[in-house]
Design a protein around this ligand. Structure first.
Ligand SMILES: Cc1ncc(COP(=O)(O)O)c(C=O)c1O
Length: 918
């Protein structure tokens, strides 16, 4: 399902092998019955899947089947082998020869057309397929249609395409899902809904999830509905509608907004051909990168800073020429510190950076998109500073990346830390439950401080792969605070747009869905019924926590921001990041956003980085669907191989959905991607409903049962097997499959795990002492795990409302208080002094203390340190703890300074600059 391309290669490979066996057995006079059954079993589903693809096409598939029918096994084997090779190597994308056999029956000149087409000398012309949806065409009509399109080809066409025709709505959806080569869809009026094939899962998916598109449809509406359904699955595809009736009427209908063009009849085939190529070209063009390539080819004299530009200081050097040779000339030819020559300015883009950003905004489904060149660490600070004013309350996951905590220090926002659920046995956190967030907001509402809340800031998906039900979260939060800003840190999630599973759980995907929902009359009726039943939201009514709250569609302002580390999961150089915006209040925010962008962005951004942000978008739009699907599929294969392997799974297991998401957040009951009876549809349904799900590409490999702590195992994999991975916890390591991974990578990892397991098995069975020591180590790693400390509270001195129910604090004041050494003292971690201070509630951190792993601050400036935090620190066996030097001890704010500060700042009074209303 996730990677039909890979599955297709496997099946053709198996068919080619089975066909060879058939030939060999027949030649040897052995029984062929069993092999024939195997061949037929393989061929049957392939015959269906291939109807969704242009290659090998109907003629070649018929030739294959006919050879088998007349017991011409060697002919069958020859054709199967030929197709398998073409499919596996992808040669059908480049060579006319691959197509030949099937085209023999077709018109003479077709053969010539094919030859001309593929023999332009430019073998690198990208290939794609056009899906034509047309009612029950005969094979002859399909062939003719294909020939007509081929006749339109011109040598100057930048791309090569072939057409594949399907006769129904359902098959069109299946083709869009199954055939990643499809880039454009031509929908002709009048086709039927039902597929000729039995597709129960697809049918129930359409009924359940696309009922708005497909429910009680008249055939005349199929075209527009299909366009919408395709948009929900692969929004990047170009859809063209050919109608017999009034094209203008369809064009003006709101639902047809994702249709690129509407044509009246087949009035001008050439227009359609050119529209198809133009559509692809719009995605293919990378304005910044294209210009940079041109720029690098021009002779340019430079009289500006940056001697490496054009490479002369490098290639003419006696001593650093190897630097130049290592990176190659283009790296230097494409460098400049000027913003002329079409290079544009990242800080004030008006040329091709602007166009590149606009293209990326379209591709990633947002209103605005900005290129960040210092990682999401900086993008987060930009977003926080752009939106949060000093004194504003920000609900934030304490477990989020440190850039947010520092961002809040810089802008003076007051964090109200909300806790993620702990996964103590793996020494990691999950995600923040909706109930926790609602409780905080309702408490603030009850105390009349909701106006000070500005933002909800969450990481989605988390490092470890917890994915929020973003739509549900935003909906319920908007019901309490209709103008809140959402900042979704999607550092690990740049690919989400290109998987329909992930997209529905992304900031931008959810924003788009909610915008549509709140504009619908159905929602207004739903909201009216909600109001009738519940009246106004009463913050003191505990039932509100368990009620699905609905926002007033007239009051809601959708203000959604997402930051992504493009470099972490797309083809982009390190530090490349996107800031995505979909904000109803953008006009009033643009100026502060610009200020924040100027505050944090270098005036000398790296040009190669900007170019790679442009190129990453091109790839994502044209092959993201296929590559992301493959990354998901690979993760599923790895999960299955490890967890089902009798020996490997004795020592290593990969955490399942159920292990990472407690049952209370899994209404669907989905436990594992490979559990009995689970299909892609079961997974999709779980993703549509559950509070949290696990992204399968985040693979927590539990290594405690093999006696390894995460850090030691990471070291072993790196030093002995050249395997690099993401991060570690006390008893696990985190692996990630990405768009670059291959089946060989998975096979290698499985082999390494099998080798280590065999080695362990042998050692432990030989030496009882070793076995006893091993068992003790495993117990300590798995069961003696320290409790994860919750955020305690800010000291009253740093709270505007110390008696309030919520716990936001002025972290910035605490942070800068510590700039003055006079205010601080160091106390040893192991000793009575700290125990006494903690007991008296007088131990207040002056610093962020961030151990790696787990990588989140267990102390923040101004936080009262409690016993559980000290205990956790004492049990920590990691070497890297930012903000803590063991030799000096913990850095605290001197207790007496807290008192004097309280007097100075009037801790229990409202801060002088706190606004009454935001
Ligand atoms: C959740 C989260 N946000 C932001 C970042 C920072 O991203 P970058 O490395 O692109 O600066 C990270 C880095 O690991 C992260 O885990």
């Amino acid at each position: 399902m996730f990677s039909p391309g890979e599955a297709r290669c496997d099946r053709w490979q198996s068919l080619a092998h089975a066909a060879q066996t058939l030939v060999a057995r027949a030649a040897a006079g052995s029984s062929t019955e069993e092999t024939l059954t195997a061949v037929r079993d393989l061929l049957k589903p392939l015959s269906i899947f291939e109807t969704f693809r242009a290659f090998p096409g109907e003629a070649m598939m018929s030739a294959l089947k006919e050879a088998l029918a007349r017991d011409d096994y060697s002919g069958f084997s020859r054709i199967a082998n030929r197709i398998a090779k073409a499919v596996i190597t992808g040669s059908y994308r480049r060579s006319a020869n691959a197509w030949k056999l099937g085209e023999e029956n077709e018109a003479e000149n077709n053969d010539r057309l094919l030859k001309d087409y593929f023999s332009t000398g430019d073998l690198t012309k990208p290939y794609f397929e056009v899906l034509i949806v047309s009612d029950d065409p005969t094979p002859e009509q399909v062939r003719q249609g294909r020939t007509e399109l081929r006749q339109l080809r011109r040598p100057e066409d930048p791309f090569i395409y072939e057409a594949v025709t399907v006769p129904s709505f359902e098959e069109a959806v299946a083709a869009v899902v199954m055939n990643a080569d499809v880039q454009s869809v031509i929908i002709k009026d009048n086709f039927r809904f039902k597929s000729q094939f039995d597709a129960p899962l697809l049918r129930s998916y359409l009924e359940q999830h696309l009922s708005q598109e497909c429910g009680s449809l008249e055939p005349k509406d199929y075209g527009v509905a299909l366009a919408r359904a395709i948009g929900k699955i692969r929004p990047e595809l170009d859809v063209y509608l050919i109608v017999d009736g009034a094209a203008e009427k369809v064009a003006s209908r709101l639902e047809s907004k994702n249709i690129r063009r509407i044509f009246y009849g087949i009035e001008d085939l050439m227009e359609i051909h050119l529209a198809i190529l133009e559509g692809i070209n719009q995605r293919y063009e990378t304005p910044y990168f294209d210009n940079l390539k041109k720029y690098a080819r021009r002779p340019i004299g430079t009289f500006h800073a940056l001697p490496v530009a054009r490479g002369k200081s490098v290639f003419n050097s006696h001593w650093i020429r190897d630097f130049g040779h290592f990176y190659g000339a283009n790296m230097f030819l494409a460098e400049s510190s000027a913003t002329t020559g079409g290079l544009d300015s990242l800080l004030e883009p008006t040329g091709n950076i602007k166009v590149a950003q606009d293209k990326a905004a379209r591709a990633f489904g947002c209103q605005k998109l900005f290129f960040g060149t210092n990682g999401t660490s900086t993008s987060n600070k930009i977003a926080v500073q752009a939106l949060v004013r000093p004194g504003d309350i920000v609900l934030v996951d304490r477990n989020c990346h440190k850039s947010h905590h520092y961002g809040l220090v810089l802008c003076g926002g007051q964090p109200l830390y909300v806790e993620a659920y702990p996964l103590t046995e793996y020494s990691m956190y999950g995600a923040v439950p909706l109930r926790t967030i609602k409780k905080a907001l309702l408490d603030l509402k009850a105390e009349g401080r909701l106006d000070r809340v500005r933002m909800l800031l969450l990481t989605n998906c988390t490092f470890d792969g917890h994915v929020y039900n973003v739509q549900r979260f935003m909906e319920e939060v908007l019901a309490i605070k209709p103008d809140i800003v959402f900042l979704w840190d999607e550092a690990w999630y740049a690919y989400n747009r290109f998987s329909p599973f992930h997209r529905m759980r992304s900031g931008m995907g959810a924003c788009e869905a909610l915008r549509e929902r709140y504009a619908s009359s159905e929602y207004r009726a739903e909201y009216a019924a909600f109001q009738k039943k519940h009246g106004k939201i009463d913050p003191k009514n505990p039932k509100m926590l368990d009620t699905h709250l609905l926002p007033d569609p007239d009051a809601v302002k959708l203000r959604v921001y997402a930051t992504t580390s493009t470099h972490k999961s797309l083809s982009c150089f390190r530090q490349g990041s996107y800031i995505m915006v979909d904000d109803d209040c953008w006009e009033s925010t643009e100026a502060t956003f610009k200020e924040a962008f100027f505050t944090h962005t270098s005036t000398s951004p790296n040009l190669q980085l900007i170019a790679s942000l442009d190129v990453a978008r091109r790839q994502a739009e044209l092959e993201g669907y296929e590559l992301v699907g493959r990354a998901i599929e690979l993760s599923l294969i790895l999960r299955r191989e490890v967890n089902r392997h009798p020996l490997i799974s004795k020592y290593f297991t990969i955490a399942t959905n159920a292990q990472m998401v407690p049952a209370e957040y899994r209404a669907s009951g989905l436990e594992d991607f490979h559990a009995e009876g689970v299909s892609w549809k079961t997974i999709y349904d779980a993703w549509a409903t559950d509070e949290f799900v696990l992204d399968p590409t985040r693979i927590t490999l539990l290594c405690g049962s093999a006696g390894f702590d995460g850090t030691a195992f990471k070291g072993l994999l790196a030093s002995k097997f050249d395997i690099q991975l993401n991060k570690t916890s006390r008893n696990s390591v985190l692996l990630q499959t990405n768009i670059n991974n291959t089946r060989s990578d998975i096979a290698y990892l499985v082999k390494v795990l099998a080798d280590i397991s065999r080695d362990l098995e042998r050692k432990l069975s030989q030496d009882p002492d070793e076995k006893a020591a091993f068992d003790a180590r495993v117990k300590s790693l798995i069961t003696d795990v320290p409790d994860l400390p919750n955020f305690s509270r800010f000291h009253d001195v740093f709270r505007d409302h110390p008696r309030g129910k919520t716990n936001e604090g002025d972290m910035r004041r605490a942070f800068f208080l510590a700039y003055d050494e006079e205010n601080c003292t160091h106390v040893k971690l192991h000793g009575k002094e700290i125990d006494d201070l903690v007991r008296e509630g007088r131990a207040v951190s002056a610093k962020f203390v961030i151990p790696y792993p787990p990588g989140f601050p267990i102390m923040v400036p101004g936080q009262v340190i409690t016993e559980d935090t000290i205990e956790f620190m004492r049990k920590l066996d990691v070497k890297e703890i930012h903000g803590y030097q063991a030799a000096l001890g913990l850095e605290l704010i001197k207790p007496e300074k807290l008192r004097s500060n309280a007097k100075k700042n009037g801790a229990v009074q409202r801060r002088p600059n706190a606004r009454k209303k935001s």
